[in-house]
Design a protein around this ligand. Structure first.
Ligand code: ATP
Ligand code: MG
Length: 490
């Protein structure tokens, strides 16, 4: 198979062309070349050059200095595309000594592109491409590894992970995102170097972890991380579930069940928060497991409370935002909500909604769906759950009432009507009209129409007012029926 690069955006070619016209070399380099050959849209575009940072800044109109590595951000003010607004241009770098497995002690520039490719992490990330010449510089067999779908360290993997342990996380994350395998020697070096992750900041570990959770391959990737001794630097609490047998309703141990639950959220392409809370929803089970002689089975009373506390601690340790921590731990806390619609009342449903917050109630339902599938039960949404969803919608919907109108009793009194039943009759007639035609729900229209109605005699106004109340009740009934139809329940 011959793989070809996809099209390079004009904004990127313009940057390399400008550098070349000024007499410098310019290459598109790193992850974006990899993505170019995979036909994926790069997250960001990187250019490398033999021009020094001051020179780069001199050539382009709008630039800024981005970091201590000599990177210059070249700003394109004309484009709408967020990924092309800033293109990072970095001089060829030669990496200095590493003394702490974290970052080079010094950064030196080099006149040779070869030096810059040599310091990069994986063969598929160590290619450079010239837009003007259509030439690929592939010194480490990156294309071959792209074709074989392999992640292979550039040079000696043990040395490379020893220099910078974050590369271990990057390898796992890239394999999750691209669905690539680890080349065996690289894999072994990852396992042997995993303990160096101790030195990597929690924030950087978290960023790679987030990308694993957002990838399509959560389960496989976290199993791999566990096998290589990496998971304990992300969330060791998950590993407590390995081999922890559950009750008869479950086919898998706690570890696998958590992973399957998160994986189903990924399969459904559901939000990050559902995936994350799915991953941790039963993390409290190993600590809560008790044998019940009466049931002749294991019980896990309180695992939701324990699990929520553990989730909070895990996410705090990884320096997640307060918002994410609160959301995920609340979903874990309430994932055991009682959902038998034969017994559950609308007010109980309202209580659950208050507990997790109306804005997260559907995340909680999705978590329950994932939990079911993660247990090994084939049916995602049995009748019970659909019925429960209908009840939630019913509890969430605003009741049909005169409160929906863009006019109220106070305004009608201001219009000259004394307090009394005539106000209610008038509002109900207005509501009937608005239910018929929602476009009429404007202050202007309703005030005009109220003015007309208020001219009517008591008896006549009362008659149409009472009739209108009947229309409201029928409309209520229809809305609820529609909800039930939507979930195929009645
Ligand atoms: P993505 O852009 O999808 O996150 P990427 O591989 O492009 O993936 P970046 O963080 O954009 O990742 O880094 C760009 C390039 O810089 C990489 O492709 C790689 O060549 C190099 N690189 C990044 N981090 C490291 C590292 N820790 N060690 C060695 N090289 C690295
Ligand atoms: Mg990139």
């Amino acid at each position: 198979m011959e793989i070809r690069p996809s099209k390079i955006p004009a904004e990127v070619a313009q940057v390399t062309n400008t550098l070349e016209k000024a007499g410098f070399e310019a290459w598109i380099v790193g992850g974006c070349v990899r993505d170019l050959f995979l036909g994926r849209t790069p997250k960001d575009w990187d250019v490398t050059t033999n021009a020094a940072p001051e020179k780069i800044q001199g050539i382009f109109e709008h630039t800024y200095y981005t970091n201590e590595f000599g990177t210059v951000g070249v700003v394109n003010d004309a484009t709408e595309d967020e990924r092309l607004k800033v293109i990072e241009v970095t001089p060829y770098r030669l990496e200095g000594e590493y003394s702490d497995a974290r970052r080079p002690d010094s950064v030196q520039f080099s006149p040779h592109i070869e030096d810059d490719l040599k310091r990069r992490d994986f063969t598929i990330n160590a290619m450079a491409y010239s837009a003007s010449k259509g030439q690929l510089l592939d010194l480490y067999g990156g294309i071959k590894d792209l074709e074989a779908r392999l992640i292979r360290a550039v040079g000696d993997p043990v040395a490379r992970f020893g220099e910078d342990a974050l590369r271990i996380m990057r390898a796992v994350r890239i394999s999750a995102e691209l669905d690539f395998e680890l080349e065996p020697r690289t894999r072994r070096a990852m396992r042997d170097s995993a303990a160096q992750l101790e030195k990597i900041s929690k924030e950087r570990i978290r960023d790679e972890f987030v990308r694993i959770i957002n990838s399509p391959h959560i389960k496989r990737t976290l199993v791999l991380s566990h096998e290589l001794g990496i998971l304990r630097y992300i969330a060791p609490e998950l590993e407590l579930g390995v081999g922890v047998e559950q009750n008869q309703a479950h086919s898998f141990d706690v570890f696998e069940h958590n992973l399957r639950t998160a994986q189903h959220a990924a399969d459904k392409d559901w939000d990050f928060i559902v995936r994350l809370s799915g991953l941790f929803h039963d993390v409290g089970k190993p600590a809560s497991r008790r044998w019940s002689e009466e049931k002749r089975d294991w019980t896990f009373h309180g695992h939701d409370v324990v699990g929520a506390r553990m989730t909070k601690k895990i996410l705090e340790n990884l320096k997640f935002s307060r918002e994410t921590i609160d959301k995920a731990s609340s979903l874990v806390r309430w994932h055991m909500f009682f959902s038998d619609p034969a017994v559950v009342t609308l007010s109980a449903v309202r209580r659950i909604i208050t507990n997790v917050g109306a804005e997260h109630i559907w995340d909680l339902i999705n978590l329950r769906i994932c939990d079911r599938i993660g247990t090994g039960r084939p049916k995602e949404q049995p009748f019970r759950l659909r019925k429960y969803q209908a009840m939630i919608e019913q509890a969430l919907r605003d009741p049909i009432s005169v409160g929906m109108l863009k006019i109220d009793g106070r305004r009608i009194i201001e219009m000259g009507e004394g307090p009394g039943p005539r106000i209610g009759w008038t509002l109900h007639v207005l509501l009937e009209e608005v239910l018929e035609d929602p476009a009429k729900n404007t202050a202007d229209y309703l005030e005009g129409r109220a003015g007309e109605l208020l001219h009517m005699e008591d008896q006549a106004l009362r008659t149409i007012g009472e009739e209108a109340k009947g229309t409201k009740a029928a409309a209520e009934e229809k809305e609820i029926k529609d909800i039930h139809n939507k979930y195929f329940v009645d």
